[in-house]
Design a protein around this ligand. Structure first.
Ligand code: GLY
Length: 369
């Protein structure tokens, strides 16, 4: 039996310590990206809203800290109110409600929180376009017609649908998740394991029109965080459905991701940047998401192949811990050097709350492995 590395426990205890400190300032608000050491806050209907309560629940489950629990409960109350402003919502209710309401139901057996998550699942199912077999990502933000747009990130919204089907013992939500995942497999995932960020369909006929760059460098580049969402998302879809095509997709994407990492195992924000982009920033959040996804994959695969993914995840997390983490009070974020939206200069080379979340989630998986 392998002895667990000391750094895992050390890193986890530092997460706990930092959360105890930053939560006194952040309270029950919704941190997004860091500027000059402080997290900017977002509204509770922003796609990132679930990650802070998600972090609070991770630490609560290990420490029983009642103050953190109370903050998570207050965050859930605010997030659940957005259900009544559903025209401002989007497909990322999956992230939002899995990490807030489902966690609250899991930890406190809170039936009201369960109802909120089921309502969110119904909203997500309502975004399904039956002609194209995809879940529409966004409303028409900025006046742009998004009625035929689906995006790779949605792979991690599907667990809300799988969960809802299991809870109410009715396959409808799962059917929608499977049809969407099949569409993504066909239209987003390339033979080499790279993925598109956005694919645009004709919302009437459902026919594919084109792939577009989205947060990636170009339509035919390979946005690093998109690959991480896809890897983790297909692993989770496999966990819920046992469809072998999903585990094959997750492995193909994992192999692309791992084979394109630089020496320190933290990707540049896009895997296919022109060679003259020598000062491109990293995206540590993509590394953290991929590490947690690799651990999800490892837990689903018996024997040596699972062990190899676990070792790869461990190597990524060790590099994040040694080279990218910040435990000081001058910075509220934990993981430095994440990149939100490079082309629009939004949160470039700075901590992002979801980088912190997946880093902590993955550490905890290793701690219990
Ligand atoms: N889901 C949006 C992002 O990854 O930035």
């Amino acid at each position: 039996m392998k002895v667990k590395a000391d750094w895992i426990e050390q890193a986890w205890q530092q997460v706990v310590h930092k959360m105890e400190e930053t939560s006194a300032v952040i309270g029950a608000t919704f941190p997004n990206g860091s500027k000059a050491g402080r997290y900017e806050r977002s509204a509770p209907h922003d796609w990132i809203a679930g990650f802070w309560p998600g972090l609070l629940w991770l630490v609560y489950q290990e420490t029983g800290n009642e103050r953190l629990k109370a903050l998570a409960v207050e965050c859930e109350r605010q997030i659940s109110h957005t259900l009544w402003e559903f025209d401002q919502l989007h497909h990322d209710v999956g992230f939002m409600f899995e990490l807030s309401s489902i966690n609250q139901y899991k930890h406190l057996r809170d039936e009201e929180a369960k109802r909120h998550a089921l309502m969110a699942a119904s909203l997500l199912a309502g975004r399904f376009n039956a002609a194209g077999g995809f879940i529409r990502a966004w409303p028409n933000w900025g006046g742009e017609d998004h009625s035929g747009w689906a995006i790779i990130d949605c792979m991690l919204n599907l667990p809300l649908l799988y969960w809802a089907s299991e809870e109410i013992d009715d396959p409808r939500y799962r059917h929608i998740a499977v049809i969407h995942a099949d569409t993504v497999l066909r239209e987003f995932v390339l033979a080499d394991g790279s993925v598109h960020h956005i694919v645009c369909f004709d919302p009437e006929t459902g026919k594919r029109i084109e792939a577009i760059a989205g947060q990636g460098y170009a339509a035919d580049s390979a946005w690093a965080r998109g690959a991480a969402w896809a890897l983790y998302g297909f692993a989770r879809s496999y966990g819920y459905t046992a469809k072998k095509e999903y585990v094959q997709a997750a492995e193909r994407i994992a192999s692309f991701f791992l084979n394109h990492l630089p020496v320190d195992k933290v990707p540049y924000w896009d895997f296919r940047l022109p060679e003259d982009e020598v000062h491109a920033p990293r995206d540590s959040s993509a590394a953290a998401i991929a590490a947690s996804g690799l651990l999800a994959l490892a837990a689903l695969l018996p024997g040596e192949s699972g062990e190899v993914y676990k070792e790869q995840a461990e190597a990524i997390l060790l590099s994040l811990y040694e080279n990218y983490s910040n435990w000081g009070v001058e910075e509220e974020g934990i993981l430095m050097h994440a990149t939100g939206y490079f082309a629009k200069d939004i949160y470039v080379d700075t901590p992002l709350i979801f980088g912190d979340y997946y880093f902590a989630e993955a550490l905890l998986k290793l701690r219990h492995a």
